[in-house]
Design a binder for this molecule. Structure first.
Ligand SMILES: Nc1ncnc2c1ncn2[C@@H]1O[C@H](COP(=O)(O)OP(=O)(O)O)[C@@H](O)[C@H]1O
Ligand SMILES: [Mg+2]
Length: 306
């Protein structure tokens, strides 16, 4: 293990009957990073994260978290990690402060949860019943509960599922602030955009296997075109030759609509310059960068939208 490695998973396998939910998964997570496991529903994210947390038994392989074996040393591991709870695990009539007090009492070491509440914008809700909180507030409370023991690693399984776009962005800021405090964050999501925006490194999982792992930008560089450009030629009969443009990887013309893919950072500029130089009139020009979604499509041949 490198000395800044906090999680090391090797050859992890877990089946439910004949269903290979996690099928030979290996990866490492370094101290202080936001690591994300992303993939469609049923890919094996929850099974993997729960094996790492020590909540699920696995069939084969080995896991090391902060020097502990989660299967055999769960009692030593639990105090130093934070686990985001599922909603169903809290009673309706528990008040926010009671839940925090209860969870603090479980751990030998706990931080002042008033500070956490403040950071999460929940101070005014401290006397509120759990059942009266909005979806976003409940989600923040679960995060608060996962932080009461001042953990080294925070585990968040589908942290923004069910949240509206605004609450989701607030959650992203929260995760970033955990990283700023020196925590390691391990999260799972089935939102590619979330993984791309939030994570330092991403493992893409599909059918229980990691199909790619790297920084989002490196995954996009490696497995996808960086840029897609589309425009319409004003004059039907004009000839366009973009062969000399560096970084252009594909060119397709259907009537007077042109679609180009390329992997150079300033491809748009080059294409516009070329068209202007050659006095080629164009309209409806669009250019978009590739995303992790495109990487998934490239690797699996399938779309991964909700
Ligand atoms: N407790 C369980 N019993 C039986 N099958 C399960 C159980 N948990 C998960 N599975 C199956 O294992 C696969 C992976 O599930 P899961 O790890 O929950 O994926 P994800 O979190 O990526 O949606 C799915 O096919 C799911 O149906
Ligand atoms: Mg899951």
């Amino acid at each position: 293990m490198k000395n800044n490695t906090v999680i090391k998973v090797e050859g992890l396998k877990k089946s439910y009957g004949s269903n290979k939910a996690v099928d030979d998964v290996s990866f490492e997570v370094s101290h202080g990073e936001i690591f994300g496991m992303v993939g469609p529903n049923g890919a094996g994210k929850t099974t993997t994260i729960e094996c790492i947390e020590g909540l699920r038994k696995f069939d084969e392989g080995s896991i090391d978290v902060l020097g502990y074996d989660p299967q055999k040393e769960g009692s030593k591991l639990k105090p130093v990690i934070g686990i985001q709870l599922q909603q169903s695990q809290l009673q309706e009539h528990i008040r926010v402060w009671e839940a925090l007090d209860l969870y603090s009492s479980i751990y030998p070491k706990s931080t002042d949860w008033n500070i956490i509440l403040e950071q999460l914008g929940l101070t005014e809700k401290r006397n509120e019943y759990f059942s009266k909180l909005s979806g976003g507030q409940k989600q923040r409370l679960f995060i608060a509960l996962s932080l009461v023991n001042d953990p080294e690693i925070v585990f968040l399984d589908e942290l923004t599922t069910g949240l509206d776009p605004q609450a989701r962005r607030a959650m992203w800021n929260l995760v970033r602030s955990m990283k700023d405090k020196g925590k390691t964050v391990y999260l799972t999501t089935h939102f590619m955009e979330e993984a791309e925006k939030l994570c330092d490194r991403v493992a893409i999982i599909d059918h229980g296997k990691i199909i790619a792992i790297d920084t989002p930008s490196e995954l996009i560089r490696k497995y996808s075109h960086n840029e897609r450009i589309e425009f319409t030629l004003v004059d039907d009969n004009i000839d366009v030759d973009l062969g000399g443009i560096e970084g252009l990887t594909s060119f397709d013309r259907t009537d007077n609509r042109i679609i180009i893919y390329g992997n150079s950072a300033d491809l748009t500029q080059k294409v516009v310059n070329h068209l202007t130089e050659k006095k080629i009139a164009f309209s409806d020009f669009r250019s978009e960068k590739s995303t992790l979604e495109d990487v998934f499509l490239k690797l699996t041949g399938r779309e991964m939208r909700d």
